[in-house]
Design a protein around this ligand. Structure first.
Ligand code: NAD
Ligand code: DAU
Length: 339
């Protein structure tokens, strides 16, 4: 198979590329990535040594470049990770989210139609379902839960999902969608909760917890997400949505305190700061469909995954130090100075 992976220089896309090159050594993987602030070629250094891997710097909204790549490569499948992915940034500047996440998806769908009705998988998110109340632990997101978005980010991802399903119904494009909960693991960009807290704690900086830290996220080790996408790509039913999550709900403050414990750092580093506007309270996935239909099960427990993640960041200081020393500092100033 020749697979196009978009956004492969980012967190989950890069983990997926490494997963696929190992699991399917005969496959060719081509990555298109615009290398925005979140994309990092150093992340793909080891993949570059593999003759079955090709990196192409390009923007998924650039129709001409995307069509030329499809024409040249004759892909068998497309897995679309490329996106603006950070909720806080979408609150500050929504427009680029609409451009990349919606219009970029449309370009990829058009290319997939034009160059042979190519198998298309959209990497979506549980955030399209909105949130659940804290006092109803019996409620979970199923694939039937109505779309009910909160942030410009989730609205753009939901719009993309609707387009994907429209291309299935109208043109018969062979599509699937996965909606996963919060991932963590190696190569996670330090604007997101776990790597941000980890790095701040290592550097002895305050840990900015939004609101009271009671919001709940359903954490999944990134490799378990990659495994789910691989299964859906090969065995998923066309035209279907699959929720991905491992029943691992934790409040933010619980996550931060666990990290501090693993690092042997003091809880006095914690600062409660102004809440995120429109902050979703709780995400919780019901993964019954992917478990029953595809036999998917998460393999890494939160304790093991968090320890592996901490060890990875300790062993790869150059990777994150290069990031936090550049434009990231102005981002951090802007987002956290007056919080
Ligand atoms: P990320 O921000 O780490 O990486 C995004 C990548 O996309 C970067 O390499 C960036 O350079 C690239 N990109 C951005 N705009 C592009 C464009 N116009 N053209 C080409 N490349 C572009 O994101 P992530 O956390 O790895 O998320 C990947 C996907 O998974 C996203 O679609 C996101 O919505 C979804 N998702 C993420 C999570 C999570 O917890 N991180 C959970 C569920 C779903
Ligand atoms: O649920 C899947 C989604 O998970 C993905 O679709 C998104 O791409 C991904 O970014 C993530 O969204 P969240 O908003 O849940 O992730 P984030 O790491 O930004 O925040 C997790 C929680 O931690 C959230 O409740 C906000 C809180 N938080 C975050 C930051 C960055 C803090 O309290 N302090 C912080 O500094």
């Amino acid at each position: 198979m020749n697979i196009l992976v978009t956004g492969g220089a980012g967190f989950i896309g890069s983990n997926f590329i490494y997963y696929m090159l190992k699991k399917h050594p005969a496959y060719r993987i081509v990555c298109i990535d615009a290398l925005t602030y979140a994309g990092n070629l150093e992340t793909l250094e080891k993949a570059m040594e593999n003759p079955n891997f090709r990196f192409f710097k390009g923007d998924i909204t650039d129709r001409k470049a995307v069509y030329a790549l499809f024409e040249e490569e004759k892909f068998d499948a497309v897995v679309n990770f490329a996106a603006e992915s950070h909720v806080d940034r979408s609150i500050e500047e929504p427009e680029i989210f609409l451009k990349t996440n919606i219009l970029g998806t449309q370009v990829l769908l058009d290319a997939s139609r034009k160059y042979g009705n190519i198998r298309y998988h959209q990497v979506s998110t549980d955030e399209v379902y909105g949130d659940l109340p804290l006092d109803r632990p019996d409620l979970f997101f199923t694939e039937e839960t109505p779309i009910h978005t909160s942030s410009p980010y989730s609205a753009s991802k939901a719009s993309a999902d609707l387009l994907v399903m429209a291309y299935y119904r109208t043109y018969g494009l062979p599509v699937t969608i996965s909606r996963c909960s919060n991932n963590y693991g190696p190569y996670h960009f330090p604007e997101k909760l776990i790597p941000l807290m980890l790095i701040n704690a290592l550097e002895g900086k305050p840990l900015p917890v939004y609101g009271e830290g009671l919001n709940v996220r359903d954490w999944l080790y990134v490799e378990d997400h990659c495994k789910a996408i691989d299964l859906i790509l090969h065995k998923g039913r066309i035209g279907e949505v699959y929720n991905v999550g491992g029943h691992n709900e934790k409040s933010n403050i619980e996550v931060v305190k666990t990290l501090l414990r693993i690092l042997g750092k003091d809880e006095s580093l914690i600062r409660y700061v102004k809440d995120r506007p429109g902050h979703d309270m709780r995400y919780a996935i019901d993964p019954t469909k992917i478990q029953n239909e595809l036999g998917w099960e998460p393999e890494t427990s939160f304790n093991d995954g968090l320890r592996k993640t901490v060890n990875w960041y300790l062993a790869n200081t150059a990777w994150w130090q290069n990031i936090v020393s550049g434009d990231y500092m102005s981002y951090y100033e802007k987002m956290y100075k007056d919080r």
